[in-house]
Design a protein around this ligand. Structure first.
Ligand code: FAD
Length: 493
């Protein structure tokens, strides 16, 4: 392209800034600068990745392209032609929204992600299943975050994961818009000329360019409070479960490095630990997990009586919302409770237990009610209005809420991301709505049952094709007549 050495040098430096960026805003800024310098338009989604690759030839860039090229070779993507012409909107830039966005972009679709916030601030840590580690390494995770799952580490902070996925998404030409909030879907109007608007999104701010795009596919990835209409939620009510998360500053000293992590699964069965904890401190827990990451992260399920006894909860109410309302929680006592549990859990080996600070400038401790967990009844629906069809899907916590101490959110979330991308591919192949929906629901039936043990073991073979991931798959277990209610159609009068 006739670039001077100086230009190449500058591009290399900007690329390095992009790789190293440690915030959402910094990532977007360095990406925009890089595109401007190289005179590349990321909205040219069909050619962007290839153009970027030919222009960025530093060894670091090349090492990343080798990884990503291996991924783009999956036959399901049809060399990025499988979903050309399909426009997808993803609501929410959490890990599952971003992971879905990457797959749809690799299929060749135009992908727009809207995220209502402009910071990635969650220190909390996600447990990764072996296949998710393999998946992320295959996307170049280590090039963005050298410490990613080094040795036996099988977890990552939510913010670090989002950051890495955002960078990959940008490289494969996903459009990412921060400070844009989804409000609702807008149906195509009945009386319109041939090229009148199709399915659009009402967003805030209303004058944002995304409001003028017609979409073929909308994916709800906005977390447990899913804003997309049309999905009924099933509630799983267990016995009262109150979870506490706490993050402490990690100064990465040798003393801190020596402290052993607590994997929840092993500890659930360690009755003596919990009895000793109760006797010594009055803290009564059902489980506790500790991961050493950017912070020292703890998640624990606490018994109500011990929270009352320790003055964390002030009055005992039957209604859990009232019970855990901020007026009924003594914040200082909560900090003390979390610190004491963390101290005992690590055998008093962490030299200092200073709370990390959250996005609101407060000690990063939170208490949640896990008594009810929600799952959507259906994974997808098709809406047809006056000749315009829209495929609507849910992924991540919007689809199936995880129990945090088990850390299934990301693992099952990525499986649903792949299954949804597969559905979009089927859709663009011209299959009927009922065919597509029946297959998607069949796969969704498997999702809550998935464990590290019963999913495919050959991670190298994993693609968006469900057959590569679920052994003994029967993708027709839900029949077309069972999904009729998820296909709604209004035609011209
Ligand atoms: P999320 O990660 O929740 O992402 C949803 C995204 O959508 C967010 O970025 C949000 O800002 C955005 N959004 C929401 N509404 C809109 C809208 N209307 N328009 C545009 N954007 C929108 N799991 C654990 O295993 N351990 C933990 O300790 C833990 N802590 C958590 C703490 C918090 C505060 C939250 C919200 C979740 C936590 N989780 C935890 C759950 C875990 O983060 C998810 O399972 C995982 O991130 C996958 O979620 P997701 O991508 O589906 O949704």
């Amino acid at each position: 392209m006739g670039e001077t050495e100086e230009e190449k040098d500058q591009a290399g430096k900007l690329f390095e800034n992009f790789i190293q960026a440690s915030t959402c805003k910094g990532t977007l800024q360095s990406f925009n600068l890089l595109c401007r310098l190289l005179d590349l338009d990321p909205q040219d989604h069909e050619t962007f990745y290839c153009s970027l690759k030919t222009r960025l030839t530093s060894w670091r860039a090349k090492a990343l392209w080798t990884k990503l090229d291996k991924r783009t070779c999956h036959k399901e993507y049809k060399k990025g032609q499988a979903c050309v012409g399909t426009k997808c909107l993803i609501i929410g830039g959490g890990p599952c929204g971003l992971r879905t966005a990457i797959e749809l972009a690799l299929l060749g679709a135009k992908v727009v992600v809207i995220e209502k916030r402009d910071t990635f601030s969650r220190n909390n840590v996600l447990h990764l299943w072996p296949y998710t580690i393999h998946d992320l390494k295959g996307l170049g995770a280590k090039k963005f975050y050298g410490k990613f799952c080094a040795g036996a580490i099988d977890h990552i902070s939510i913010r670090q994961l989002q950051l890495m996925l955002l960078k990959i998404a940008l490289l494969v030409a996903v459009e990412f818009h921060v400070n844009v909030e989804f409000v609702k879907l807008l149906e195509p109007p009945e009386n319109q000329e041939n090229d009148g608007p199709g399915w659009r999104a009402e967003i805030r701010p209303a004058d944002h360019p995304v409001a003028n795009i017609d979409f073929d596919v909308v994916v709800g990835a906005d977390g447990r409070r899913n804003t997309l209409e049309g999905f009924k939620r099933k509630e799983f009510r267990g016995k009262l479960a109150i979870a506490i998360t706490a993050n402490f500053v990690n100064r990465n000293t040798t003393a801190e490095a020596k402290v052993e992590e607590i994997s929840g699964v092993a500890f659930i069965f360690n009755q003596k630990f919990f009895l000793d904890l109760k006797e010594e401190t009055g803290i009564d827990l059902e489980n506790i997990v500790y991961y050493k990451d950017n912070t020292h992260y703890f998640v624990m399920t606490a018994k109500k009586q011990s929270l009352l006894d320790k003055g964390v909860i002030i009055h005992d109410y039957i209604d859990t919302e009232m019970l855990l309302s901020s007026e009924n929680v003594n914040q200082e006592a909560l900090l003390g409770y979390a610190r004491e549990a963390a101290d005992f859990g690590t055998n008093y080996q962490l030299p200092t237990l200073d709370f990390a600070i959250n996005a609101c400038g407060q000690p990063d401790v939170a208490m949640f009610d896990f008594t009810s967990m929600y799952a959507s009844e259906n994974a997808a629906l098709v809406r047809e209005r006056f000749g315009h069809q829209l495929l609507v899907a849910l992924v991540g916590d919007s689809l199936l809420e995880p129990f945090w101490p088990m850390g299934t959110g990301c693992a099952r979330g990525f499986l649903a991301a792949f299954d949804s991308a597969w559905m979009v591919k089927r859709w663009t192949e011209g299959r009927t709505p009922l065919e597509v929906l029946a297959e998607r629901e069949s796969l969704y039936r498997i999702l809550p049952q998935t464990t590290t043990e019963n999913i495919g073991k050959n991670f190298e073979q994993y693609t968006i094709d469900p057959g590569t991931r679920y052994p003994n798959l029967i993708s027709t277990c839900v029949r077309q007549n069972q999904v009729r209610k998820t296909f709604s159609r209004i035609t011209f009068a």
